[in-house]
Design a protein around this ligand. Sequence first.
Ligand code: DGY
Length: 317
Amino acid sequence: MTLDTRPRILQNGPLLPQLEQALAATYRLTLLQAQPDPAAFLAAEGAQFDGIACTARIGAPRALIDALPSLRVISNFGVGFETIGVERARERGIAVGYTPDVLNDCVADTAFGLVMDVARRFSAADRFTRRGDWLRGQFPLSRRVSGKRLGIVGLGRIGRVIARRAGGFDMAVRYHNRRPVDDVPYGYEPTLEGLARWADFLVVASAGGPATRGLISAAVLDALGPQGFLVNVSRGTVVDQAALVQALQQGRIAGAGLDVFEQEPQVPEALFAMDNVVLLPHVASNTHETRQAMADLVMDNLASYFATGRVRVPVPG
Ligand code: DGY
């Protein structure tokens, strides 16, 4: 019998089936959630693991990192890494890889899909048609998208692609970041309220985590105003969700297109009855092509780490 010396990887949360297969073919893979008692399992076996493969949603929190004393590498399926104990990993010299860039186009497409849907009301019109309401009268007028003003919160990798999409719709684009960036042709708004006041569509594309929590406040929503639409493809925590629900209930903004929520998969029930709201189950990067590219990068990050001691794409900072 030959000894299996391949690195041991702990899988935290469900991954794309083909990624699970690739991981299982390359490493000794164990799914934490398949253990009858995950805490007891970690206490007994935690010292065996060299790596973690996780989804951005579940991540690898500090407590999990601390339960794995031999951990050397974390490979995250996703661009968001706020669910990973990155500081703890850094203290312990653990490499953390993630999957940016490969999903920029699909997330930007989704942002634009939501802009189109909230303004032109395609989802609402689809419901209208299916209900047979067309037989009884015309669908109400919607709002034009082309030629309008698009405000981007977070002109990072994804925000820039959204801005490029806006060019095809002859839209004016401005953005808000903590600091202006030099290499873009878009106007910089130093305050979020200023951007919201200017915009017809406010699209949130910033990173999640504590630094951006509640950035889209009641004051920002009021600055957007009753003709303005909010679109969020970033993280639910960036928007003050209670304030958003209230603003929608009171007609203080025109509508919202949301791919992300504060406590996924929970969606505030009050939103279900609103026809001016489009609700997606966090699917912005959810295409065959992009998810395969993300899976490949999860594998590349691990392979690179075990070959060179460095992941191919480390989280910044
Ligand atoms: C990401 O990559 O972070 C997406 O939001 C999917 O979770």
